[in-house]
Design a protein. Structure first.
Length: 296
């Protein structure tokens, strides 16, 4: 250690890298579970990787990083499942800057990064300084927590039901439409996504009285007492009729009935309609997140 370095300073060497998911979870699992709301993405993604294998998002293997394990206990992690962004848990400015240095020193690709707003901004500024890349704010999202469900009244005509194998083609099509509408990049094939969701009952459909599906809402499997509602999708020509609110309320109520402690969801801050809807249902702000990109 540098004799002139403050005892509580952070440098790139404090970050440890691993490509082994079991190793990562054995070392950082308790830390992730300690803040299940703010850590919802790493919790749900690593749980999915554990259950379905490291190749679920593509051929390039995931990578994971841990901060502070040997200097007083884990206080931050990052992971990346290409082609998705580097995802970082909330950090101090100094820890975010040390992570940028750690990744730059190792020549690891960082096409974009997602984190709590202040963490993402601190990392982006340091990554610009170290690499010369230009940071672009690409998305602003808000994480919400359900504090008390208020189902929409009156509810639209129809009823909810869990999607099953007969709905596979519909889920594949709607998943593709949802990704296109949301501007999401390629990743897990829609067929694999649909099969996985059907296997654990992870998609609820709202259907009209004649049995026609008109909207869907999903939820991730419970891990560390939390689930995240996603995706919520209604085809464009069916919007404005209350279907999304009704099916989201149904999924949220099912999670509460199952004993889940934290029911969470993300919204795009550029979409005032969805933000207002979820607040009417009883979701309240936890934190804002941001995605920064660094070129193509």
């Amino acid at each position: 250690m540098d004799a002139d370095r403050p005892a509580d300073a952070t440098d790139a060497a404090d970050w440890q890298l691993t490509a082994d998911l079991d190793d990562f979870l054995s070392r950082a699992g308790d830390f992730l579970s300690s803040r299940p709301a703010l850590h919802t993405v790493p919790l749900t993604v690593t749980d999915a990787l554990r259950r379905r294998g490291p190749g679920m998002y593509g051929d390039e293997p995931p990578r994971y990083g841990i901060l502070g394990e040997h200097t007083g206990g884990v206080r931050g992690v990052w992971f990346r499942t290409p082609p998705f962004p580097v995802n970082i848990t909330p950090l101090t400015v100094a820890d975010a800057e040390a992570l940028a240095a750690h990744l730059a020193e190792r020549g690891l690709p960082v096409p974009d990064v997602m984190a709590e707003r202040d963490t993402a901004e601190a990392f982006a500024k340091e990554w610009e300084r170290l690499t010369g890349a230009t940071a672009e704010l690409r998305e602003r999202e808000r994480l919400y927590r359900l504090t008390g469900l208020t189902p929409p009244r009156p509810a639209p005509e129809g009823r909810p039901r869990i999607a099953g194998p007969a709905d596979r083609d519909l889920l594949i099509r709607w998943h593709a439409e949802f990704k296109e509408a949301a501007g999401l990049r390629a990743g897990q094939p829609a067929e694999q996504w649909a099969d996985a969701r059907i296997a654990y009952g992870g998609i609820t459909l709202w259907e009209t009285p004649d049995g026609t599906p008109v909207s869907m809402a999903g939820a991730t499997p419970e891990i560390a007492g939390q689930v995240r509602v996603a995706p919520v999708y209604t085809p464009a020509h069916l919007r404005g009729r209350g279907y999304a609110g009704a099916v989201t309320a149904e999924v949220s109520a099912a999670a509460v009935a199952a004993g889940v402690t934290e029911v969470l969801l993300f919204t795009d801050l550029a979409n005032p309609t969805s933000n207002a809807l979820y607040q009417r249902l009883g979701y309240r702000e936890v934190a804002d997140f941001a995605v920064y990109g660094f070129g193509e």
